[in-house]
Structures are given as structure tokens and as C-alpha cells.
Design a protein around this ligand. Sequence first.
Ligand code: HEC
Ligand code: HEC
Length: 162
Amino acid sequence: MKAPTMILSHLTRLATLAALCTSTLATLAWADDHGPRVPLLPTYKAECSACHVPYPVGLLPTASWQRLMTHLPKHFGTDASLDAATTEQISDWLMANGGGRRAAEAPPEDRITKGRWFIREHSEVAADVWRRPAIKSAANCAACHTQAAEGSFRERDIRIPK
Ligand code: HEC
Ligand code: HEC
């Protein structure tokens, strides 16, 4: 084999490798543009997305999740109680996956939307925007994050309703 041909075949193999890597990464599904997503526990998705989107587990510390899970009958003015086995299954998953650099401390009321990271990340959203009828509450992530129900918050999927 002549030298240029050899280099070419090496390059082809490198390109194939790179393509393989990219497709592997793609299947990991990204929550946003900054990190990998924790796949949602099916029970969490089923039980905790009846009234709002399934909130990303990494946006609250485990202490907050724990408090929320022990007070489900009194959940932000509503009753979100579950049977003991389901509560335990969801709690275990939240304890194993909660916390991280976006959830260093428990926010007021254990609300993601009152946490420092959230407020900083959303600083460009003006106060009157939050009050628009199509949004109403900062907790209504899906109003702007069109793929929130699937657990994705990437920038390119953000549409702020008028
Ligand atoms: C019966 C309806 C209902 C169910 C079921 C429910 N929630 Fe909620 N949840 C609410 C309401 C109402 C709010 C307050 C929303 C607002 O302020 O706009 C809320 C708010 C929250 C918040 C705070 C959002 C913020 O402001 O940052 C978290 C966290 C949360 N829920 C977690 C859960 C978890 C975990 C489950 C499953 C165990 C669950 N919810 C099931 C009704 C529900
Ligand atoms: C009024 C519309 C709106 C609502 C409601 C909203 N967001 Fe956002 N979100 C934004 C905007 C705008 C950004 C900033 C994008 C940027 O920095 O360019 C953002 C950024 C983010 C990011 C970072 C995305 C990235 O790739 O860097 C995450 C994660 C996120 N929001 C989660 C949430 C969660 C969780 C909720 C609900 C509890 C929520 N957001 C509610 C508009 C909204």
C-alpha cells in the first residue's frame, strides 16, 4: 500500500470511530446543554407528572425531596399522596439521584423555582413574563420548555409564549 492510501484508510477508520462515538452520546439523551440526564424512573414519571412536568431530580437536594415525599398529603395546597410502596420506590430513586451543583442548598419551600441556581439561570426572564396567562407560574416549566415532559430543557427547545 502506498503511503497516501494508507493515511486515507486510517482517516476513514477515524471518521467511522468518531461517528460511532457521536451516536453513542446521542442515545444518552441530554437534559440541557450542560450535562447528561438521569433517565426518569417510570414510577416517578407516572405519579409525579399528573399535575406538572416531572421536575429534574438534580435541581433539588435530597433533603428537599425527602421533605416533599414525607408531606405528600399536604403538597402545595393539594393532596398528592401515594401508597407506601410507591412513595418508598420514588423516594429511594430521588435520594440516589438528587442534589448536585445546581442544588447545593435546600431552597425556600423546597421549590426549585426559589433556588439560587434557578433564579440566576432565568434572570433574563422579566417579572411580567412570568405572569402571562399562558405561563402563570415559574413552576409551569412546560409553558416555555416545550420538551419538559420528556425531561429535556435544552435551549433550542425553549419558546416563551406571548
Ligand atoms: C395532585 C396534583 C399534584 C401531584 C400528583 C404532584 N404535585 Fe407537585 N405540585 C403540585 C402543585 C399544585 C404545585 C405548585 C405549583 C405552582 O406553584 O405553580 C406543585 C409543586 C411541586 C414542586 C415545586 C415546584 C417549584 O415551584 O419549584 C415540586 C418539587 C413538586 N411539586 C414535586 C412533586 C413530586 C415529587 C410529586 C410526586 C410524588 C408531585 N409533585 C406530585 C401538584 C401536584
Ligand atoms: C417563562 C419561561 C420559562 C419557564 C416557565 C421556565 N423556564 Fe427554564 N429557561 C427559560 C429561559 C429563557 C432560559 C435561559 C436560556 C438561556 O440562558 O439562553 C431557561 C433555562 C433553563 C435551564 C438551563 C438550560 C440550558 O441548556 O442551559 C434549565 C435546566 C431550566 N431552564 C429548567 C427549568 C425548570 C425546571 C422550570 C420549571 C420549574 C423552568 N425552567 C421554567 C425559560 C423558562
